[in-house]
Each structure stands twice: as C-alpha cells, then as structure tokens.
Design a protein. Structure first.
Ligand code: MN
Length: 728
C-alpha cells in the first residue's frame, strides 16, 4: 500500500493551511473546527489513493475548497462540502454518515455532487446528456451544488495534462460546451474565461501555444502603451478626488482566437487588444450610476470615444447580473483602447458572480427581484413536467443559456422578462400553460398581431384566447423559449395520444372484421411501408385523424385474412433489405462535415458517426463541439497528411464599390491566376456598393488564402472573406 510519506504529509498540511488562509469570509472558531473535522475525515478516507498525476488524492478536494472559498467567495458549508465531495463516491462512507456527522444541509449538497459525478466518464451518450441534465436540475435545488461542481471542473481542467489524450479532448469539449456557458450565465467571469482558455489549450494545443507566444512577445510594448495611455486619466481622476484602481487587462487567449475565427483575421490584425479597467470606491449618497458617467465624461474629455462602442450595462444590467460601463476610445497614438468603468461592488459581482450578487442582495432594501432570480425561477418552471429526452433538453437549455433578455408588460403592468426574439406565443406560455395552449393572437400596444409576432422591449401584451383552440405542430417554429416548446410538445403528445387511441380502436375493429390478429407482424410491416410511418402508433394516429382511408387499410388487412392467399407476396418483398448493406465497406472512412466544409490545412477534428464513418469538422464548428461534448467517446484526433487530391466546394464573400469591369476582374483573378472552377457566382448591387458570393472548388486552405489576398488587391474591393458551409 502507498502510504503518505512525511514529505507528502507536509505538502497536504500546507495546502490545507493555505486554503484556510485564502478564505474570503471571516471564519469563526466553530467554523474552523468543523472544517477541520471534515478535512481529517477526508484525508483519512482518501489515504493511499493517488490522482493520475501521482499526487495524493486529498490535494484535489482541498484545491476545490480553495476555489470555492477564495475565487467564488462561498462560506463554511460550501467549503466542507467541497472537502467531502468525493468521499461518498470513492470511499466506504455513505450519505447517511455525512448527515449524521455534518447535518442534513451538507449531506444534501454532497448527495447532489455525488449524483452528478456518477457517470461523468460514461461512454454512453444519452447517459452523459442525462448527467448534464442532472447538473442543470440541481440549479433548482441548491445553487451551491453547481458552484462547487464548477470549481471541481476548474481544478480538473487545471490538472488535465496527466489524463490520456482522448479523455482530455472529451473533458475539454464538455467544458466549452456546457461548463463555461454555465459559469458565464452565473456571472463567474474569471472562471468562465479560465475554463475557455484551458479548453482551447487541450483541444488545439498548437493554436493556444501560438497565440500565447505572440501575446508574450508583445507584452512589453502593450504595457508601455497602456501606461502612456493611462497617465492623463490618472491625473484627472486624482484632481477630481476619486478613489480608484486602474489596471491593464489582456484579452483572454480564447477570446482572441474567437475573434480571429469570426473576422477571419490574423493575430496582428486584431485592433482592440488594449483594454483597461477602472474600479472606483463610490462616494455615499451619490448614485453609483452618476459616478460612472462622471468618470466616463472625464475620460472622453481626454480621448475621443468610438460612438458605436458604448455599452451601458448600468441602466440595464446583463441577465447574469453584470453591471459596468464600457467604452472604446482612441489613444493619442491612434490605437483603440477599451475602457471598463465599474464601482467596487460592480467589480465584485463581475468577478464572483452569484455569490457576490447574493451578498449585495441581502443589503439591498428595495427588495426587487433580480434578473438572476427570475432566470433561475424560469429554469425551475421549464424543468417541471417536461418529457423531453435528455439530448433534446440539453440543446434547448443551451439556447436559453445564451439568450439576452427583453422585458414586456401585461395589461396590468406586470413585467415578464423573456429572451430576445421571443414571440407573443412565448409570452402567453410564460404567463400560464393554459393561456399558451389556447392563445390565438394578441394585442401588442393595442394593435392586433399574430402569435408569431416578435416582441420588443417595453411592449404591452394582451393575449387573446379561444377555449376550443389547441396547439398545432407549426407553432413550434415560432417559439424560442424552452418552456413554450416543451409545453407545445406536451400538448401535441397528449392530442396525438387521443388520436392514436381512437385510431387503434378503429384498426382493431377492421382486423376483427377480417379475422386477422391486429399485431400480425408481416401485415404491420406492409401497412407501415404503405403509409411511410416509423411506428404502428403513427399509423393509428393517422387513422384517428382521418388522414388515411379506413377502406384502403381494410383492403390491405383483408389480404392477411385466413381465406386469402395474398400474404405470400409480402414475404418475398422483405428479402430486399439485405442487399443494400454490403456496400458500406467500400466507402472511404473519412468524409467532410456538411455543416462546416473543412479544407485540407484547416484545423480539424474527427467524430466517429454511428455507422463508423469518420466525419471531419473544422475546429471551430459549433456542431462539432456539441457532438464532442455529447458523444465524447467518439472523438478521433486527426490531422491532414500532405496533399489531398480531392477538391472542396467553398464559398467566398466579396464586398466593394461597383465599377465598370469589376466582375471581369474578379473572374479573371479566379480563373486565370488560379485555374480553379467557379461553380456559382452571385452578385448584388445596392446603390453602387456590391456584395457578391462566389462558390468554387479549391484544393486546400493555403490556395484559398492566396486567392483571397489576390482578390483583395483588385481596385475597389473592400473585403473578401471565406464563408462557412455553402448553402443549397
Ligand atoms: Mn472531484
């Protein structure tokens, strides 16, 4: 057995002391003695167990507790739960032991964490989605479970290098797919960007390395520029007797990479790498908002602001509680600099999110329900009574995770907050399921509109209902909230069940007439093939809805009647199935994903499909990230090897000022200089400015880059960029 060496004992002891010392909250002696009890128990329970890296296991729960206390700012119960978070999962202790030793609250947090843990590394995708679902469900229970889970994930990401590569890819994909957005939604900015950076580091080590080297190489110059830029601001703020801190803020590696991808530019072309943050100590009795704008006014007296880059998150905070004033101004050397202005309180909320938010909420006397409370409440509602399968549920939830919000009013002036893009029907379901199920239209600001009408912030909405109305499948197309979708599906399912029941009764009657068993397999096969249904339930439903003629069904059933010879034919028919299958083995094992059309030379990743093909996606493809997170065991790390002979259809967008001969010049470059085949050329002229799309077959991304740069040199061309996924 591997026992702890003296050296390890000292290491564990000092990690534990440091964790206690880093705690943001002041701990009472009672708190400390309880934490101590938890530590002794966990240390004893995990004794002799090591992590993949070889270090004693107990260092992991200590590190999680440290993140929870120092970086998220949670208190004693959360620290204890963190220390004990793997004890029930990995040792002989039970939840009952935890309850007996540490009380019911801590036991229920540990129980939540253990349940989430259970199948993290399960290869089965639906189980994995189910696991995600459990994580989200816990939001409704005790948010501390989620916060500790995030800390657990963060520490696992920090120590991911000791895992095998496919596990790294899987864990990193899950992280970017779910955990980083979740951290963002809960307002934990620092944790969110660290998760993003670490995920990038393991998914695409070369890209990560490249950007971080470039950042390091330019750091010195950036610091000089920031210092030069900040100097006059510091002087003015001091003259105005404002107490403040100012800091240069490097953009995260992930956000730089995102920008390079989205704008299709190189590292050198990103202009807003410079950013500073001003955190001030507010004067009492003057609204913080006023003080923010005062600082804004001081800064813009010195530097010219970029008008379209002003972001006021003070008058309307973000849905995750974020408050700040952002502006971009031009420094005296012609460079753009982003300036963030925040009070001390706003800064704490921005960095520590939920925990800080609650702390200030307790101090807030206005007793107003915060956006975040509303969001959690809505999640709870969504989770009630939904029968979605786990994967569908997860996709829905993801959509809601990113949505920004608008506020609409009921006729009585009650505020409902909804994701941007929400329609009248979303609003109806938000108020009540009954109202949604029977809604036929609405008056928005006293004008009649259809259910599909998209709401704007500040709209007053009066829903019109009709008792006889029921949801129809097309309604799914014009709702955006998970709640409305789930409720419409519930209603459709309930209706379908009714129709299927009545159809089944009809069908059984027909079978009785012809003296045929209603579950006779060959007959059902023929019926399903005739009406192209996947299940017999669907067939019943069609019959119940009168979509198919009972007479025709009766004729088919009759063939299987004992006094008819017709069934021989259908037996022969079933032979066909086996013929098609042998073809699969001749196919190439790799195909390019249609969602992102990767080219040789692009950063790519492979995902094994259900029929054993390896589908190649671009590294940035959101569909691919989703697949990797949900089907982690199917990731195939791949790279292009040398020159691929195939050509790839790709689409290039060209913008510029139209002139005589422009089209000629463009096609000239493409066909003469590059001898590539144009498959489509579409151009639109709008008052002298044109936008065009060219679809062409090209060998690899290096050729494409050369082509783009040659096109850019044509006179009058403003921008040329590669578009993903040629449509139709
Ligand atoms: Mn853990």
């Amino acid at each position: 057995m591997n026992l702890q060496t003296d050296e390890e004992k000292a290491l564990i002891e000092s990690a534990y002391r440091e964790m206690l010392a880093s705690c943001q909250k002041t701990l009472s002696t009672n708190d400390i003695s309880q934490i101590h009890r938890a530590f002794n128990l966990a240390n004893e329970a995990h004794k002799g167990v090591r992590r993949k890296s070889g270090e004693p296991y107990i260092l992991h729960p200590i590190a999680v507790a440290r993140i929870v206390s120092a970086e998220i700012g949670l208190g004693t119960k959360s620290i204890i739960s963190s220390i004990l978070h793997d004890v029930v999962e990995d040792t002989d202790y039970t939840i009952e032991d935890m309850e007996r030793l540490f009380g019911s609250k801590i036991a229920s947090i540990i129980d939540g964490l253990t349940k989430i843990n259970a199948d993290v590394f399960d290869a089965n995708s639906s189980k994995q989605a189910e696991n995600f679902r459990k994580i989200i469900l816990t939001l409704a229970d005790d948010i501390r479970v989620i916060l500790i889970k995030l800390a657990d994930r963060l520490h696992n990401m920090r120590t991911l290098s000791s895992m095998p590569i496919d596990k790294q890819m899987k864990i990193a994909s899950e992280t970017i797919y779910l955990y980083a957005p979740l951290a963002h939604r809960l307002g934990l900015y620092a944790i969110k960007s660290e998760l993003e950076d670490l995920s990038l580091k393991y998914r695409y080590p070369e890209i990560y390395q490249d950007i971080s080297e470039k950042l390091n190489a330019t750091e010195k110059r950036r610091i000089q520029q920031i210092n030069h830029f900040s100097l006059p601001i510091i002087q003015k703020l001091e003259e105005n007797e404002i107490k403040f801190e100012i800091s240069g803020r490097p953009k995260s590696i992930y956000s730089i990479w995102k920008k390079m991808q989205n704008k299709n530019v190189s590292f050198e072309e990103i202009y807003d790498l410079l950013a500073i943050r001003i955190i001030f100590e507010p004067y009492p009795h003057i609204p913080e908002k006023t003080q923010c704008w005062n600082i804004y006014s001081i800064i813009t007296d010195i530097y010219k602001p970029k008008p379209d880059r002003l972001r006021d998150w003070i008058s309307t905070p973000k849905a995750n509680g974020y408050e700040a004033l952002h502006c971009t101004v031009m420094g005296d050397q012609g460079q753009w600099v982003e300036v963030q202005i925040r009070s001390r309180r706003m800064d704490e909320i921005a960095e520590r999110g939920f925990a800080a938010h609650w702390k200030y909420k307790e101090m807030d006397t206005s007793n107003q329900e915060h956006e975040l409370d509303r969001w959690i409440k809505r999640i709870k509602e969504t989770l009630e009574n939904t029968q979605e399968n786990a994967l569908e549920f997860l996709d829905e939830f993801k959509l809601n995770l990113f949505a920004s919000e608008i506020a609409a009013f009921t006729p009585k002036g009650e505020i409902r907050s909804l994701p941007k893009g929400a329609t009248v029907l979303d609003f109806a379901y938000d108020i009540h399921t009954e109202i949604g199920d029977h809604a036929i239209g609405a008056k928005v600001n006293h004008k009649l509109v259809p259910l599909s009408h998209v709401l704007s912030g500040g709209d007053q909405v009066e829903v019109i209902t009709a008792a006889s109305h029921r949801p129809t499948p097309n309604m799914l197309e014009f709702v955006t909230t998970a709640k409305a979708k789930a409720k419409i599906k519930d209603a459709l399912r309930a209706d379908a069940k009714l129709q299927a029941d009545s159809g089944r009764v009809q069908f059984e009657k027909i079978c009785r007439q012809h003296n045929v068993e209603p579950n006779r397999n060959d007959m059902l096969q023929e019926l399903m093939a005739t009406y192209s249904t996947a299940t017999i339930d669907e067939l019943h439903t069609l019959l119940g809805l009168n979509r198919i003629s009972p007479d025709r069904v009766s004729r088919i059933v009759k063939k299987y009647s004992p006094n008819s010879g017709g069934f021989m034919r259908s037996i022969f028919g079933s032979n066909k199935n086996t013929a098609g299958k042998s073809k699969t083995s001749e196919r190439s094992p790799y195909i390019a994903a249609s969602c992102c059309s990767p080219l040789p030379g692009d950063e790519v990743v492979g995902v094994r499909s259900a029929d054993n093909l390896i589908v190649v996606h671009k590294a940035t493809c959101p569909e691919c990230i989703r697949l990797m997170a949900q089907y982690g065991d199917r990731i195939v790390p791949i790279k292009w090897s040398g020159q691929e002979q195939l050509q790839y259809l790709t689409r290039v967008e060209i913008k510029g000022i139209d002139r005589m001969g422009m089209i000629n010049d463009i096609t000239g470059v493409i066909t003469r200089q590059f001898t590539v085949n144009i498959s489509k050329f579409h151009i639109e002229n709008n008052d002298g400015v044109f936008v065009g799309y060219v679809e062409l077959y090209i060998q690899d991304s290096r050729h494409l880059k050369a082509l783009i740069s040659n096109l850019q040199q044509i006179k009058g061309i403003d921008s040329v960029r590669r578009m993903d996924a040629p449509s139709d």
